[in-house]
Write a protein that binds this ligand. Structure first.
Ligand code: SAM
Ligand code: ZN
Length: 587
């Protein structure tokens, strides 16, 4: 009952005249009669009665099977739409400002697609190509069935109901490979590849070269029972994509980690630039944010935070601005993001808080110095943001930034549950989306080591710190302990010549980062840390052992005193066994 009710209720929500939907459903309208229907989101569509056209409109606008991709699209992005049918997805993408290249083999569909583009004023954003897509450019045989306007396929076995159906015939159509699409349109980056091509998705993705797939920032496709989708998933994951598979409907969504947003669309999510994204009502945060690309100011726009100079709009998800997608993240950062995402998935915020409170907070505070209630403090790579939470409890303005948005959503929810006020931002430490001198202080616990070039985030920290302000950071210390316990086992890369090359060779080149527990991670000597903070401009730099409650022996009580002495042991002025270093630097 409910299964029948949902589409019916959905029709009320989606179509301005849902009655037509019902008439078509029950076959009361003459077959193939062209109908112009209006959607509540403002789009208009030409469709053919008695065909699968209405069902496809339902998929896109009622069941929103592509929302997961649509919600990331903004002005100026480029979308490749393979199997564009009469352009319903293309229009949804164009409504969000994207430029869409459509590939559709059936002439009748292309004609209607062009009409639809015109009807909505998107002739300039949507271009159509009467072509199929396939593993290689050439020609292919397509099986077609008249009423199933979106079902034409090279693999008729995906439509068991076609067996013995006299209306099924075949035609030969020209086709194009993904490589040639990218090449012909001179696309360095494709922001979204959408495919609904009745089984051809497998060979398109299997035969695509790695360099071509790397150009695709996000893909969403309907897959068909032609081959095993898990092979495709594995291939994409090897390339650094975060991949989500759903079985009903059969959708694969893959994206570069920084783009990936965990939530599946809800009723709030934005099909087609219609339902607005939540804007940030956080005026204080708006005052210190800037565009991470050009560092210019941002303004609230319909779809998020806009930088007019760069002509980009950064999305806002659950009140959290999302900045990192604007950057091209390196492979190391992408692996990092995947590993942290997995680490934070299902993380029990409440249960872990106590131990963080005991293990870290006293030691962090012993270095932070005096903090005034009106200070602005940045917690870098904040994860669950426990430090931010504690600072917020003291009435301090805290901004928590992390690459992983789901851990921030989790933290944000817990902040509000406890009545604490925080500011959350998704972004990368490589390009902080904050204005110069925005913060009185900053802290990062176990974060900088994930940067391949630690100088960059330190320069960023210098830029966002007020004169006289300071930053407190902890990172793995390059010592015997970390070499044995982390470098060999987990590929923590010692930041000194020779060892650096050796561990990188083994863990990155040979083992493909497989055993690197949090992705890319380095360890540093005290001397190097001091130098690098000074080089970035910090005046006084204090480095030493981060005396937190070491996890190494938390569960081995008898050994604790031994380890405790070991890590503090000094030998010709060095601490050869200490495992975590801190650096506190004043601007
Ligand atoms: C060791 S965790 C620390 C979490 C938190 N500071 C704490 O003490 O619980 C490192 C965090 O850094 C984040 N991170 C890693 N690389 C990052 C990058 N390039 N930009 C922003 N955050 C990053 C990860 O997502 C992860 O949440
Ligand atoms: Zn900008």
């Amino acid at each position: 009952m409910l299964r029948k009710l949902r589409p019916a209720l959905g029709a009320l929500r989606v179509y301005k005249n849902p009655f037509v939907r019902f008439l078509d459903y029950f076959g009361f309208i003459r077959r193939e009669k062209h109908l112009q229907i209006a959607l509540r989101n403002g789009l208009k569509l030409w469709i053919r009665a008695g065909t699968s056209d209405f069902a496809i409109a339902d998929d896109i606008f009622n069941y929103r099977v592509y929302d997961r991709a649509l919600m990331h699209l903004t002005g100026g992005q480029v979308v490749i739409d393979i199997g564009s049918h009469v352009g319903m997805f293309a229009m949804a993408a164009a409504a969000r400002g994207a430029t869409v290249l459509c590939f559709e083999p059936l002439r009748e569909n292309v004609e209607l697609l062009n009409e639809n583009a015109k009807l909505n004023g998107y002739e300039r954003r949507i271009t159509s190509h009467c072509l199929a897509a396939a593993g290689a450019t050439g020609v292919v045989e397509l099986f077609i069935e008249r009423a199933n306007t979106g079902g034409s396929t090279r693999f008729p076995s995906i439509h068991p109901e076609w067996q013995g159906n006299e209306g099924v015939s075949s035609i030969t159509v020209p086709c194009v490979s993904l490589h040639d699409i990218l090449q012909r349109h001179d696309l360095k980056i494709c922001d979204c590849l959408k495919m609904d091509c009745e089984g051809a998705e497998f060979e398109i993705l299997q035969s695509a070269a790695v360099e071509d797939l790397r150009r695709v920032r996000m893909m969403i496709l309907e897959y068909h029972p032609v081959s095993d989708i898990r092979h495709i998933k594995a291939r994409l994951e090897d390339l650094g994509f975060v991949v989500h598979l759903s079985g009903n409907p059969r959708i694969l969504f893959a994206a570069w980690p920084a783009l990936e947003v965990p939530e599946t669309p809800t009723s709030r999510s934005p099909t087609v630039g219609v339902i607005r994204r939540a804007l940030i009502g956080d005026k204080a945060l708006m005052d210190i944010l800037c565009c991470p690309k050009c560092r210019g100011g941002l303004s609230q726009a319909e779809r998020g935070l806009a930088c007019s100079a760069c002509d980009v709009t950064y999305g806002v998800v659950d009140g959290i601005p999302v900045f990192a997608p604007a950057e091209t993240q390196g492979h190391d950062v992408r692996v990092n993001a995947i590993k942290w995402k997995e680490f934070w998935e299902g993380f029990d915020w409440e249960a872990q808080r106590e131990s963080y409170l005991l293990a870290n907070l006293p030691h962090i505070y012993s270095h932070l110095g005096s903090i005034q209630p009106r200070d602005w403090i940045l917690e870098l790579g904040s994860g669950p943001s426990y430090l931010s939470f504690d600072l917020a409890s003291k009435g301090i303005h805290v901004v928590s930034i992390d690459l992983d948005i789901s851990v921030l959503q989790n933290a944000k929810e817990n902040f509000s549950k406890h009545g604490r006020e925080g500011h959350f931002v998704q972004g990368s430490i490589y390009r902080l989306p904050f204005k110069e001198r925005a913060f009185d202080a900053s802290a990062g616990i176990g974060v900088l080591e994930h940067a391949r070039d630690i100088e960059i985030p330190i320069q960023e920290l210098f830029r966002v710190t007020k004169d006289g302000g300071y930053t407190f950071q902890t990172v793995p210390h390059l010592s015997f302990t970390t070499f044995l316990a982390s470098s060999i086992r987990f590929g923590t890369i010692p930041h000194v010549p020779v060892l650096e090359q050796l561990v990188s060779l083994v863990h990155m080149k040979i083992l493909g980062m497989r055993y690197m527990r949090y992705g890319y991670e380095e360890s540093y000597t005290y001397g190097f840390l001091e130098k690098v903070f000074r080089r970035a401009g910090f005046a006084s730099v204090d480095v030493g052992l981060y005396d937190y409650n070491q996890t190494l022996w938390r569960n081995r009580k008898q050994l604790a005193p031994f380890f405790y002495r070991l890590i503090r042991m000094k030998f010709v002025g060095l601490e050869p066994f200490s495992d975590i270093a801190y650096a506190r630097s004043v601007k």
